[in-house]
Design a protein around this ligand. Structure first.
Ligand code: CO
Length: 150
């Protein structure tokens, strides 16, 4: 009886920690033909050893017409990264090659596609001022949100 209780308690703890992990370290965000993300903020736990982010594009337009990516940076770097990304072109995912201001970034995708990246929070500060955005030319105006580490 006692052993049974302990085993059950252990399994409950495993299930609970599993759901917390899924909630805080695995992120999903959708993007559309209306040049929007479906979320204006994303929150992760500072205890995540790594974060997995999946970007989907539920629209139908091509990557050349309505490409979307997900770029993470300090808020003060967003406009500069986006500006420098325009001339880099789609071949470079509209990001200046080797841009050290970029903390993490997916590739550009078109309608019906999805892409996943995994990155570390090492060196990032809980409570810091981070944002995500799309670096496709002009999209930063509408596709931008807060990345919260708590
Ligand atoms: Co976009």
């Amino acid at each position: 009886m006692n052993t049974m209780f302990r085993v059950t308690g252990f399994l409950a703890a495993v299930l609970l920690s599993g759901s917390v992990f899924a909630q805080n370290c695995e992120l999903t965000i959708d993007s559309t033909d209306q040049m929007k993300y479906d979320k204006d903020s994303l929150t992760v736990s500072s205890e995540c050893s790594e974060v997995t982010l999946t970007l989907t594009h539920s629209g139908q337009m091509s990557v050349q017409q309505m490409g979307h990516n997900w770029v993470l940076a300090e808020s003060g770097d967003v406009q500069g990264i986006a500006q420098d990304g325009i001339s880099a072109g789609l071949d470079n995912e509209y990001l200046k090659p080797g841009d050290e201001r970029v903390i993490a970034a997916t590739e550009q995708i078109g309608g019906g596609e999805s892409t996943t990246i995994t990155f570390s929070l090492e060196g990032l500060e809980p409570g810091g001022d981070y944002e995500f955005f799309c670096s496709f030319p002009g999209h930063v105006a509408l596709m931008r949100g807060d990345f919260i580490i708590e």
